[in-house]
Design a protein around this ligand. Structure first.
Ligand code: GSH
Length: 260
């Protein structure tokens, strides 16, 4: 579910190495176990990666590079130094892009909705301009799905929560034509199908209500990120984030029989 972890899954998938790394899922709605905190020395953000010699590493972009170099056959990063600089420069746009999208989903103030939407559109426009200037391929940055695509695809997927809860769409204009082509091809790529729109929309309901990272929304007893009940068994949440606050029962997080 975590977009930063999905980056690593995509890199491994592209390399045909997904089975060579053990993934341990962490429930972010519960306190981390003492064993995990001992490994991370108290930090809680995921992903972390423990190497075979016990070194504990973190930060998704660092871990992507580590895995790409650990399994050097079928490299994901470009070999040519200029091309690698071009993909690194595009990667440097991910921070502001991610922040703009998360600020919008977390926003609870209707008067700020428009300016936050415009700020996100400015980020999409920057990506568009970047692709127009540097892309060698007609769809992806280079001829095929690679490093930059593995960085951005999990975020394009998370932003399904903006379509659903904010009615956000990319305007059908020339300003966004190139980034739209890039995004749509990224979303469809077979190496990036670890999650779905339904899982994201249901799991991130609490972000739409202003509570990030497994925190509880006021009046609720369970986070939308809980593992049980499974997201497939839960109804689609109400899309009206500004007008309505759904209860645990309405979200299918607590069965009525458990409330009694
Ligand atoms: N810059 C970090 C961001 C990692 C991050 O924010 N992870 C989130 C999950 S999407 C997390 O673990 N949040 C829970 C926490 O920080 O305790 C990276 O790229 O790896």
């Amino acid at each position: 579910m975590c977009p930063f972890c999905q980056r690593l899954e995509i890199v491994l998938e592209l390399k045909g190495r997904r089975a060579d790394v053990d993934f341990h899922v962490v429930d972010i709605t519960r306190p981390r176990t003492p064993e995990l905190l001992a490994k991370t020395r108290g930090t809680t953000a995921m992903p972390i990666l423990e190497t075979t010699d016990g070194t504990v590493l973190r930060e998704s972009l660092v871990l992507m590079r580590y895995l790409d170099e650990l399994f050097p056959e079928r490299p994901v990063a470009r070999h040519d130094v200029t091309e690698r600089a071009i993909e690194n420069l595009m990667t440097s746009l991910e921070g502001p892009f991610v922040n703009a999208g998360y600020r919008l989903v977390l926003n609870q103030d209707l008067t700020k909705r428009q300016s936050l939407t415009e700020a996100l559109l400015a980020q999409y426009a920057a990506l568009d301009a970047y692709l127009v200037q540097f892309a060698k391929g007609d769809t992806f940055l280079f001829e095929s799905f690679g490093w930059a695509e593995a960085v951005f695809t999990p975020m394009f997927m998370r932003f399904w929560f903006l379509d659903y809860y904010e009615g956000f769409t990319l305007p059908d204009t020339e300003t966004f034509a190139r980034v739209r082509r890039f995004r749509d091809a990224c979303l469809e790529h077979p190496a990036a199908q670890q999650t779905s729109r339904e899982e994201i929309v249901k799991s991130y309901y609490d972000y739409a209500k202003g509570a990030g990272n497994g925190a509880l929304v006021a009046g609720r007893t369970r986070s939308s990120f809980v593992f049980e009940p499974h997201w497939r068994e839960r109804p689609w949440p109400p899309a009206d984030k500004y007008g309505h606050s759904a209860s645990d029962v309405e979200l299918g997080l607590t069965r009525v029989s458990e409330v009694r």
